[in-house]
Ligand binder design. Structure first.
Ligand SMILES: Nc1ncnc2c1ncn2[C@@H]1O[C@H](COP(=O)(O)OP(=O)(O)OP(=O)(O)O)[C@@H](O)[C@H]1O
Length: 281
């Protein structure tokens, strides 16, 4: 299982750097949540760890520079679930989840009984056994999202990179998924790095939160240190209160802008026409 260290990692696209100088460590079995406003560079940072965008600095897995790992070795070590995956056409859910076993297959690339058992287990864990034979194309958004996560689980990597894993999931499936990932890290020491827009969920599941704005880490630490009304106002331009859940974790509650009642000329005119609107002198 994996410890992840990022040392001064910068990454981007063509000539544009969108992540700059990120240094952070996620210990074995820990959960690191990357938060930040839209376009801050969260997905790009995950892609840099997955080896999908060019980056400078060092990505170190269990003390070994990831750049030195072969393609299959890196795929066995790192499971990545993108935010908006492009799903291959014409595959059933089972065939798709089997793709997660690709880095483990032998030279003849035939899956074994063990691979099939792992796939069935991943499908069951994500409540997909009833959809195993369905074409991917016919799944709802939330079902597709769960299929993507089942593929990543079937990969059995020591480091999971989950980009907005609860997108499109109802609250029950979102909780079930985060609970499942939480069990994996507690029972099997899997290390989790996820982006999460739901800051309350980030506070509940992550033991370390990193706030990224314009590609740079602007705050990091335990959820209670990072999820403050001041930091969220500065970096998200958001009005929030931070409450405390019964288990002591922070709950980030948006605060609606106060609506100042304005005189409504149309209702005033209508009221004036009603017979009972005349005021006794
Ligand atoms: N393939 C790409 N080519 C060029 N620029 C890109 C590409 N992908 C992302 N960007 C740009 O990089 C910046 C960071 O994008 P990124 O997707 O990492 O942000 P994010 O924090 O994950 O945002 P969100 O919360 O909206 O998902 C954005 O300005 C985005 O437009």
């Amino acid at each position: 299982m994996s410890t992840l260290e990022l040392r001064e990692v910068s990454a981007g696209y063509r000539d544009r750097t969108v992540v700059s100088g990120v240094t952070v460590t996620a210990g074995r079995g820990s959960w690191l949540a990357i938060i930040g406003p839209n376009g801050a560079g969260k997905s790009t940072l995950l892609k840099a760890v997955a080896g999908l965008v060019q980056c400078t600095g060092e990505v170190v897995l269990d003390g070994r520079p990831a750049a030195g790992l072969g393609h299959r070795e890196r795929a066995r070590a790192v499971g990545y679930a993108p935010q908006s995956p492009e799903l291959p056409e014409g595959l059933t859910v089972t065939d798709y989840v089997l793709l997660g076993r690709t880095p483990h297959l032998g030279p003849l690339a035939r899956e074994s009984g063990r691979d099939l058992r792992i796939v069935r287990d991943a499908l069951a864990r994500l409540d997909l056994d009833g959809l195993a034979g369905r074409s991917l194309r016919t799944l709802s958004g939330g079902e597709r999202q769960r299929a993507v996560l089942a593929r990543v689980l079937a990969q059995q990597a020591g480091l999971l990179l989950l980009d907005e894993p609860t997108t499109g999931l109802d609250i029950g499936h979102a909780q079930a998924l985060l609970d499942l990932v939480d069990r994996l890290r507690r029972d099997e020491g899997v290390t989790v790095v996820s982006t999460l827009h739901d800051l309350t969920l980030a506070a509940q599941y992550a033991d370390q939160v990193v706030l990224v704005d314009q590609g740079r880490v602007v705050a990091a630490g335990v959820p209670g240190r990072v999820l403050t009304p001041e930091l969220l106002a500065t970096h998200y331009d958001a009005r929030v209160s931070v409450l405390t859940a019964p288990d002591g974790s922070p709950v980030v509650a948006p605060v609606r802008r106060e609506v100042v009642a304005e005189a409504d000329p149309v209702s005033e005119a209508t009221a004036a026409l009603r017979p009972d609107s005349t005021v006794d002198q």
